[in-house]
Design a binder for this molecule. Structure first.
Ligand code: 4AD
Ligand code: MG
Length: 446
């Protein structure tokens, strides 16, 4: 029998394993190797405390003068913030730390060690941090947010696979504008005009007619001149599209999806939520589903009764959505908006043609709209008229009308703003922290 390095039966006394900090709990009182970076350092004579990270978690390494060679102790002393090195040591439980474990270091081999890392452990202004986003990503808060973002991405893919969807990819270069013509980024495309995609939806509808249930999930672009806390010029949107599905079933699906995604974060990211100081109990009700479906008309009454200046036909501003969301402990659907404030592709409510069969999901705690969706108009002639009424160029939409001309069926879909949903789950002050490299009206660097 030949031992190999991954053979768990190998005697641990003479074989040390390379592990990640996250897996510390599985290696208590064992000798292990790790590759780490230094985030902070403190020493008191014969003992040096190294704060370490490896991308999976943060914990403390302890170097005692009596336990290591002179060389290793000296090397530990000279380490600067963000030095990278290999360590060997024994993992111990450490009830006093967030993480719960630390490592007693016996050996250390430096890979890189330089001075003047710009981000210190003092308070920095947000502009300074955004200018150093390529480095700031290493800090605890961005770490926690990106781990949660990853859980939400994975939860999305898993959920929709279980529901029988396939991932379908929409193009980014567009020749038409699904969400209104005022927020488009114009691109020179050889000798044509092109635009960056605002939404993959119309292409997603072609996918649904081909494969039944699909979702697109990728970057989308809006040239909104907004400096608001909820707006970026580039953001990720998750857009499912379901052939043969009516709006009510789409709302059921959205509710199950959001409940599942948040449950996954609660199950997998306890450590990260703790880093963010995010109370998991604020998220718990969402995992139960049962979101209220509040008709637009009733939302208007709710605002008016609260003495707010709002009349039927107005679109909700952030403070309006904030007021509505405060009435609930979980997301709420606002359903059936007036046709005048929503895009051309939606299906009118047969019982009230002044409104569309549509819904937005409003997140709790004042985070506002995180999903928008509708049943789509499936009738060729009606859709054609809605395109004309919206002042759009019919020629650009001929391919889209083909989807109704050949095998048109009732169908519905929605779009989830990924970063807005992350901002709510993580309770962020601003959406820019929900994406690795934010693109805002006044920021494209780094
Ligand atoms: O409501 P929107 O504009 O809907 C659509 O684009 C539809 N085509 C979706 C569909 O039915 N397939 O955008 C959907 C979501 C919003 O609810 C919001 O969460 C997010 O995208 N969003 C933004 N997120 C960040 N920055 C912006 N500028 C955003 N604009 C919209
Ligand atoms: Mg919307």
């Amino acid at each position: 029998h030949v031992h190999c390095i991954n053979d768990k039966k190998v005697d641990r006394n003479f074989m040390t394993e390379l592990i990640s900090i996250k897996d510390s709990s599985k290696h208590v009182d064992e000798e292990v190797k790790m590759h780490v970076w230094l985030t902070d350092k403190r020493s008191s004579g014969k003992i040096i405390f190294l704060q370490l990270r490896d991308g999976t978690a943060f914990f403390q390494g302890v170097v005692r003068k009596n336990d290591v060679s002179e060389e290793v102790f000296e090397a530990a002393k000279t380490l600067r913030q963000e030095a990278s090195f290999y360590i060997t040591g024994t993992v111990h439980e450490d009830a006093r730390s967030h993480f719960g474990y630390e490592i007693q270091i016996t050996d250390l081999k430096v890979v890189s060690n330089n001075e003047s890392y710009p981000i210190g452990n003092k308070e920095h202004g947000v502009d300074f941090l955004l200018d150093h986003r390529h480095l700031w990503l290493r800090s605890k808060k961005p770490f926690a947010i990106m781990q949660i973002r990853n859980t939400m991405f994975k939860a999305t893919v898993d959920f929709f696979e279980k529901e029988g969807f396939i991932k379908f990819d929409a193009p980014i270069f567009m020749h038409s504008a699904p969400e209104g013509t005022t927020q488009l980024f114009h691109v020179e495309y050889f000798d044509h005009d092109a635009y960056l995609s605002q939404s993959g939806q119309l292409y997603g509808e072609a996918g649904a007619m081909a494969y039944g249930k699909i979702f697109t999930f990728g970057p989308t672009f809006r040239a909104e001149e907004s400096k608001g806390r909820r707006h970026m010029t580039e953001f990720w949107m998750m857009e499912p599209e379901m052939a043969w599905m009516h709006q009510d079933e789409s709302l059921d699906l959205q509710e199950r999806y959001l409940a599942y995604m948040v449950k996954q974060v609660l199950d997998k990211n306890e450590y990260e939520l703790k880093i963010l100081g995010r109370d998991p109990e604020k998220l718990r009700p969402t995992t139960e589903g049962n979101f209220v479906r509040l008709p637009y008309d009733d939302a208007v009454k709710m605002l008016q009764e609260a003495g707010r200046d709002f009349k039927w036909g107005d679109d909700f501003g952030a403070p309006d959505e904030g007021y509505i969301s405060e009435q609930y402990d979980r997301p709420v659907f606002i359903v059936n908006y007036p046709t005048s404030i929503k895009p051309f592709y939606m299906k009118k409510n047969p019982d009230n043609p002044k409104e569309y069969l549509c819904a937005d999901v409003i997140a709790p705690e004042g985070y506002g709209e995180i999903f928008g969706g509708s049943e789509r108009e499936g009738n060729y002639e009606v859709l054609k008229q809605q395109i004309i009424d919206a002042g759009l160029n019919l020629e650009d939409y001929q391919w889209y009308l083909d989807l109704r001309q050949f095998g048109g069926v009732p169908h519905s879909g929605f779009g989830m703003g990924f970063e807005r949903t992350i901002a709510w789950v993580c309770h962020l002050d601003h959406i820019r922290e929900a994406i690795p490299f934010p693109r805002l009206i006044n920021r494209m660097q780094p």
